[in-house]
Design a protein around this ligand. Structure first.
Ligand code: SAM
Length: 240
C-alpha cells in the first residue's frame, strides 16, 4: 500500500515557487515526529487554493521552510450546509466538530439554548480540531467555526435558508426530509436536556424551520448530529 503523504493546512497563499515558513508546532510534527528530510514531499492546502505538492527546503528542530511546486487537486467546497448545535462536554464537542468536518459542512455554529448542558465553547480549540480533521480526511476546505451565540439571536438574523430542526418530540415518526440538492440548508441539534417549551414554540412558527425526526430512539446529541448530517448528505449533498 502506498505510504500516506503528510498533509498540512497553511494560512498562506499557495503559488508555484512560494516559500512557506512553518510554525514551531508544524516543524516539530514534520521533522521530529514524522522525521521528514530535506527534499521530502508534503501536501499543503489553505482552504482557497486547492491542494499543492511542496518539498521540504529547510528542516530544523523548531522551524522550517517548504517550497510549493504544483497544484495537485483543485479547491473543492462542501455543500452550503451549516450545523447548529448546543455545546456538550469538551471531548464530545471535539468529537462532534471532527466528525462534522469529515461528513462535510460549510459552517459550524454553536448555540446557547435554555438547557445548555456543556462546558463553555472554546472556539479557538475547536478551530484547531477542525483544521486537524480537514488535514486528516483529505478536505481542501476548513469549515468556519463561529463563536457561541444565543439561538434566539441567530434565528432573528436568519438568512432564510431551510433549517431542519431535529425535534426529539418527533422520535418514531416518519423521516420525510423535503428539500433539493444544491439548496443552502442548516441543521439544528438540541442540548442533552432537549429544547425548552418556549424554544419549541418559537421554532414551530418560523417559516424557514422544518421539524424532522431521526428515528424511533432518542439519540445523544453528537449521534443525532452525525445521523442528521449523513441523512442530508445522502439526499441533497455531495455524496451522490
Ligand atoms: N432530553 C431530551 C428528551 O429526552 O426528550 C433528549 C435530547 S437529545 C439527547 C439531544 C438532541 O438530539 C435533541 O434536542 C434533538 O435535536 C436530537 N435528537 C435526538 N434524538 C432524536 C430523534 N429521534 N429525532 C429527532 N431529534 C433527535
Amino acid at each position: 500500500m502506498a505510504e500516506r503523504q503528510v498533509r498540512l493546512h497553511i494560512d498562506q497563499p499557495l503559488r508555484p515557487g512560494q516559500a512557506v515558513a512553518l510554525s514551531e508546532g508544524q516543524a516539530n510534527y514534520l521533522f521530529a515526529v514524522m522525521r521528514l528530510p530535506v527534499g521530502a514531499p508534503v501536501l499543503l492546502f489553505n482552504g482557497q487554493d486547492g491542494e499543492w505538492r511542496a518539498e521540504v527546503a529547510e528542516a530544523a528542530k523548531r522551524r522550517g521552510v517548504l517550497v510549493c511546486r504544483e497544484q495537485v487537486r483543485p479547491q473543492v467546497l462542501p455543500p452550503d450546509l451549516w450545523l447548529l448545535f448546543a455545546p456538550l462536554r469538551k471531548e464530545r464537542t471535539a468529537f462532534l466538530v471532527e466528525k462534522a468536518v469529515e461528513l462535510g459542512v460549510r459552517r459550524l455554529l454553536p448555540v446557547a439554548t435554555r438547557y445548555l448542558s456543556g462546558d463553555r465553547f472554546r472556539a479557538e480549540k475547536e478551530r484547531a480540531h477542525a483544521v486537524e480533521a480537514a488535514e486528516q480526511c483529505g478536505a481542501t476546505f476548513v469549515p468556519e467555526v463561529c463563536a457561541l451565540q444565543p439561538l434566539e439571536k441567530l434565528l432573528s438574523g436568519w438568512d432564510g435558508r431551510r433549517l431542519y430542526w431535529a425535534d426529539e418530540a418527533l422520535a418514531g415518526q416518519g423521516a420525510d426530509w423535503p428539500g433539493a440538492p444544491g439548496d443552502p440548508a442548516a441543521i439544528l441539534i438540541g442540548p442533552e436536556g432537549g429544547f425548552a417549551a418556549e424554544e419549541r414554540e418559537r421554532l414551530r412558527v418560523l417559516p424557514f424551520v422544518t421539524p424532522v425526526s431521526l428515528g424511533p430512539r432518542i439519540l445523544r446529541a453528537e449521534t443525532a448530529a452525525l445521523a442528521a448530517l449523513t441523512l442530508w448528505q445522502a439526499r441533497f449533498g455531495d455524496w451522490q
